[in-house]
Every structure is written in C-alpha cells, then in structure tokens.
Design a protein around this ligand. Structure first.
Ligand code: SF4
Ligand code: SF4
Length: 299
C-alpha cells in the first residue's frame, strides 16, 4: 500500500550520522568528509531529547548498527514525532527486518538507488548483487505502507536509462525521487544531459513519480539564466512551483548535532569545490540559494 501523505511536505527533520561503516563502497561516497560530523551513539539520547519534531538516522549505513529497530523505538519513546532512516536498502531486502523497523515505529525510509541496471548500480556501489538487493528492499518498504522515497545519485552511466528507471519507480507507486548531483566525483552526469533529462520530463508528468527533485545542480542548468529574473519572486518563496519537478540547492543545513565549528569545517570543504563566475552569476536571483558550479565542470 502506498503512503497517503503528500510527497514533499515540509519536515522538521534533524539528520543524525550514526556510523560510517557501510556494506557498499560507492565511488562518490562522502564518508571521508563526514568523519568530522559523526555522532557517537552515547550522545544520541541528549540529542533526541532536543529534537522531538523528527529525526533521520543516517550514516554510512545505519542498518549495520547492531539493533536499529531498538534505536527507532527509543527515538519514539523519547518523544520524536517522526523517525526516518536513510539506507542503501540492502538490509531491508529481508522482509522480516523491514517489518521490525516499522513495528518499532519507523515513519519514513529513504533508499539510495542509482539505476535499475545491475551493471550500472553495482559498478558505482562496487558490490556485486547490491542492485537486486536494493530493489527488493524498495519493494519490501513499499509493501509496509510507510512513507518511502528514493535518493538517486545521478551518474554519467545511469543518465541515458534514467527515464526508464523513473518510470519503474512510478509503476511501483513510489511518489518521490530526489536526483542528486554527486559532489567532488568524476562520475557525474554532465549538466547538459541533466537539462535535457528535465526538459523531457516536463510534458509527461504521468510517466514519473509525483515529485522529482533535482538537488545540488546550479539552477541555471535547469532554467536558462536569461529567464531567471522572471522567477525571482518564486525563489524568494522557495522553489516549490506546484508541479512534479522541483529544484533544491545543496543540503548542508544540519549534521547530527555536531558543534557549529566542526560543521563549518565540513561545509567549507564542500563549498570550496564550487565556484561562481562573476560574468554568469553577478545579479543572479538564485545567488543566496545556489552553491554555484562544481569546479572543473562546464555549463
Ligand atoms: S551506500 Fe551511502 S554510505 Fe554507503 S558507500 Fe554508498 S554513498 Fe557511502
Ligand atoms: S548563482 Fe550562478 S551558478 Fe547559481 S544559478 Fe545563478 S548563475 Fe547559475
């Protein structure tokens, strides 16, 4: 049964990076940077007491923790209204384990899937068989009726098949997919290809999940720079245009309750990988919400 809540509704989630271990070894994994923002388990309870709106347990791979269902249950006992998990989905290919998470009180699960093709997905996870497991995990999650989303880091090899992958998500009843630009990796899909993908999706909203978010791309990749002044008002209100396509900047707002100083270091190390050429960006209405162009890439 698909979830009934509206996809993309505003959430007050607080991300908690619990472990840096993972059973995948993705070529674009940010774990080396996240080392500085890991939250030790013993600091979890005081944090949860402060953030009772909603928490997202993430990693690394949080399902590798010895007893994630017990942690989910504890979050609920401490008063968290919504508890989510971000996972590569492999562990939830075990139906019983998926159900245990839901019985513990899990409200939302986000699964990372890069393609429907094992040759592509497994190439980027560097783990044979991970594609099949993640898709099975997705089906198991959908069957529970909780909110399910997919994060799809978009790579060069996955790009040509992406309309088909998104169509498969749609056929399963998935309502929200976030297409993410990998940071600091050579395996990105080029900006021109991403623009074409988005253009192709504009006229056939029925073929794709109800909400497809492009995250981390310069907005001028998706909307020609010359047209951006016309949407300046919309940018002030946020970028929810009410249609099935949406844009979001880089998400670096929270990271598991680490001190502001540590988080600043992480934020700096990511933002240093972007630039804003004066000729292009001067006067851009998206300046405040756009990280810029990844260094070494062309518009
Ligand atoms: S699944 Fe996520 S945490 Fe694991 S290696 Fe891939 S990107 Fe990193
Ligand atoms: S700030 Fe620069 S890179 Fe970002 S959308 Fe505007 S013109 Fe494009």
């Amino acid at each position: 049964m698909a979830s009934k809540s509206k996809p993309g509704t505003a959430t007050d989630f607080f991300d908690i990076t619990l472990t840096l271990d993972c059973n995948n070894d993705c070529v674009f994994c940010p774990r080396s940077e996240l080392k500085r923002v890991l939250v030790p388990l013993e600091r979890l309870e005081p944090l949860l007491k402060k953030h009772r709106g909603g928490v997202v347990l993430t990693g690394g791979e949080p399902t590798l923790l010895p007893d994630l269902p017990a942690l989910v249950k504890r979050c609920k006992q401490l008063g968290c209204k919504r508890v989510g998990v971000i996972t590569n989905g492999r562990r939830v290919s075990d139906k019983k384990y998926m159900r245990a998470l839901v019985s513990a009180g899990l409200d939302e699960i986000t699964i990372s899937i890069y393609s429907h093709l094992p040759a592509v997905h497994d190439k980027y996870t560097r783990k044979k068989g991970s594609c099949a497991q993640s898709w099975l995990g997705l089906r198991n999650a959908m069957a529970t009726g909780i909110d399910v989303k997919v994060n799809m880091v978009l790579t060069a090899k996955a790009l040509p098949q992406t309309p088909k992958t998104l169509g498969m998500f749609k056929a399963m009843g998935l309502r929200q997919v976030v297409i993410i630009d990998p940071v600091g990796s050579q395996d990105y899909a080029d900006y021109g290809g991403v623009a074409k993908l988005q253009d192709g999706m504009k006229d056939c909203s029925f073929s794709y999940p109800e909400l497809v978010v492009f995250r981390g791309y310069p907005l001028c990749v998706l909307i020609p720079r010359r047209e951006m002044n016309e949407i300046a008002d919309m940018l002030e209100r946020g970028t929810d245009c009410g249609c099935h396509l949406r844009w979001e900047g880089q998400h670096l707002e929270s990271a598991g309750g680490v001190g502001e100083k540590n988080f600043d270091k992480y934020r700096r190390s990511v933002t240093e990988g972007f630039s804003k050429p004066k000729k292009l960006c001067s006067g851009c209405p998206a300046d405040a919400v756009c990280a810029g162009i990844q260094k070494g890439r062309k518009l």
